[in-house]
Each structure stands twice: as C-alpha cells, then as structure tokens.
Design a protein around this ligand. Structure first.
Ligand SMILES: Nc1nc2c(ncn2[C@@H]2O[C@H](COP(=O)(O)OP(=O)(O)OP(=O)(O)O)[C@@H](O)[C@H]2O)c(=O)[nH]1
Ligand SMILES: [Mg+2]
Length: 182
C-alpha cells in the first residue's frame, strides 16, 4: 500500500529486515511484528493512517490498542493457510462494536494458494455478505499475474512487474452475487 501510494520507492522484504513497520531489532531478528506501528500515506486527497498490528497471539494487547484507534480493519488471510480460530474470534469482536471490516487474501503467488477455497472459508466463517471486489486471474503457469476489479471493471496486469491497467472486455460479476451467472 505504501509503495502503491508513492510513500516509499520500493517494497521492503521481511527476510531482509527492510519493511517499514517491522523496524525494531527484535522484529528484524525474529522476522515478525511484535508491536503496533503507524505508517501514514496519502492517496489522492485522503490521508490514511495505516496501523500495522502484530498477528502473533502474545501481542494481542497491541492489536486491541490499534483497533480502538482505527476506523476500519483489514483482515489479511494467507491464500495457502485459510481462516483460523483467532481470526474468527477477532472478526466477532469487531462485529460486536460495528467496526467496518474487509478481507485481504495474501500470498496468491504461493504454491499451495487456493483463492476460491479461502474465499469460501471467509464466507462460511464471516457470512455471505463477504463478496469479492478483486478476483485474481491465473496465468497459464498457474501463477496470479492479474487482478480484475469488479466495481470499476478494470484489469490490473502485473506480469511485466509494474501494474498495467485495462478495461474489462465484457461485464464481469462475482459468483454468488445478484446478476451473476448460475
Ligand atoms: N509468497 C509470499 N510470501 C509472502 C507474501 N506476503 C508475505 N509473505 C511472507 O510471509 C511472511 C510473513 O509476512 P508478514 O508481512 O511479516 O506477515 P504479518 O501478517 O505482518 O505477520 P506478523 O505481523 O508477524 O503477525 C514473510 O516471510 C513474508 O515474506 C506474499 O504475498 N507471497
Ligand atoms: Mg506484521
């Protein structure tokens, strides 16, 4: 998000200790977040104060502190792992206080990534209101090279490294939504 918004020039790597929000010595050594970190950026006229919270259960206090300050929450779920119990409990916690939520499915490039399965798990765990806004397009090699944005009906093609934007050739609708083919 920071790189896409132009707040940083290149995406850091957890393995190299070069990510923006894992800057503490312990975070770099252990290659995981241990505390809440703030990463502000602007997108157009909008200032976003991104709060990156640790996912590891030991640091749930920082995660809760972040939620108290946030206007909405992004749940990042790995496409090769799926929805776990802790994520379900946190979703219910957010629901209880009316916190707007969305799901980001990460690691689409992983060998065992299964987008459709993780989406189905998210819908089974969080409810049928979870609908895809972006759908990955697998290439012939099986990797995800492009994403279709269903609201804007555009395709972002990352096969050349940078995103190339194009309009969809025909109207696309997510499976399960009103108007989708059965
Ligand atoms: N293949 C692949 N690996 C990824 C991707 N995103 C993250 N990883 C790897 O997954 C590991 C965890 O990534 P993080 O970004 O630290 O995940 P996190 O949710 O912030 O983890 P904590 O904050 O420690 O709970 C690292 O080794 C990353 O390099 C991805 O899209 N594809
Ligand atoms: Mg982290």
């Amino acid at each position: 998000m920071l790189a896409t918004a132009g707040a940083i020039n290149r995406v850091g790597r957890v393995e190299e200790g070069t990510t923006v929000t894992d800057y503490d010595d312990v975070e770099i050594r252990q290659q995981r977040s241990i505390g809440l970190a703030l990463a502000p950026f602007t997108a157009g006229d909008i200032k976003v104060n991104l709060l990156d919270a640790p996912g590891y259960a030991d640091f749930v206090g920082d995660l809760r502190a972040g939620l108290r300050a946030a206007d909405c929450a992004l749940f990042v779920i790995a496409a090769n792992e799926g929805v776990d119990g802790a994520t379900k409990a946190l979703w219910q916690e957010c629901e209880a206080v009316g916190m707007p939520r969305c799901v980001v499915i990460s690691k689409l490039n992983h060998q065992r990534a299964d987008y459709a399965d993780v989406l189905a798990q998210a819908q089974a765990s969080f409810g049928a209101k979870v609908l895809p806004l972006y759908v990955p397009v697998p290439s012939s090699s099986g990797h995800t090279d492009a994403l279709v944005a269903l609201l804007s009906q555009t395709v972002s093609d990352y096969s050349g490294g940078e995103a190339r934007l194009a309009r969809c050739a025909s109207q696309l609708t997510p499976a399960g939504s009103p108007g989708a083919p059965r």
